[in-house]
Design a protein. Structure first.
Length: 232
């Protein structure tokens, strides 16, 4: 499971703190159905600004190390709380987005259509006539049920669970490491700061994902980077 920390190492701002995405705003103004209804144009400007940041960001060594781990594992699932596509651009295939995807859009009303929006339109419109909205999970909304069910099944059956760059506080995603631990999985945390699950982990790597994940793979006898010409 990954959180905002691994993307922050690629230059994607986190939400809180100096320079965070919430700076100068209340979260409910930009990431809630009520905020969207009150000022959809402002919400769309903010999300398109975020898309621009992600578009120029590059996957870091932590993202690539997880791709290498997936290459070597018999089964592998990556449940991310991040809405960017850095894991996919690093080559990860088994990715579940628990909080939606920044690049997507869907109907803001009941038709449920998922569709690309016209980037030239300040307020993109669904085929049903309602406004489109970013396809992310907002405050007060449930995570996609099928995605969370798949992540839960993986947590219940995995042999090892890596928790990377997340405070492990945001529910319901924060339940996943505890489910894995109760099922007997080896629990490994990669984070520069102590978190809510640190005391329960079997192994804590106190550092940045871009440095600690490649070191972990090397300890496992796995090259953290794909083999290329002249490399093994």
């Amino acid at each position: 499971m990954t959180g905002a920390g691994i993307s922050a190492e690629s230059g994607v701002p986190t939400f809180r703190g100096a320079g965070g995405l919430w700076e100068g705003f209340r979260p409910e103004e930009l990431a809630s159905p009520e905020g969207f209804d009150a000022d959809p144009a402002r919400v769309w400007r903010w999300y398109r600004w975020r898309r621009g940041i992600v578009a120029v960001a590059e996957p870091n060594a932590g993202h690539r190390a997880l791709t290498r781990l997936e290459d070597q594992a018999d089964t592998f699932l990556l449940a991310t709380q991040n809405v960017d596509d850095l894991h996919e651009r690093a080559g990860s295939r088994g990715v579940i987005h628990l909080h939606g995807r920044l690049t997507g859009s869907r109907c803001s009303r009941s038709c449920g259509a998922v569709a690309p929006e016209d980037p030239s339109a300040a307020l993109p419109v669904c085929r049903c006539g309602a406004l489109l909205r970013p396809d992310v999970v907002w405050f007060g909304e449930a995570v996609p049920g099928d995605a969370f069910a798949k992540a839960t099944r993986a947590a219940e059956t995995c042999e090892a669970c890596l928790v990377v760059g997340t405070s492990a506080l945001v529910q319901p995603a924060a339940n996943l490491p505890w489910i894995a631990a109760r099922a007997g999985a080896l629990l490994i945390e990669v984070n520069p700061e102590p978190t809510a699950i640190s005391d329960r982990c079997d192994l804590v790597l106190r550092g940045q994902a871009a440095s600690e994940l490649p070191r972990l793979l090397e300890r496992m006898g796995i090259s953290p980077e794909p083999a290329g010409p002249g490399r093994v």
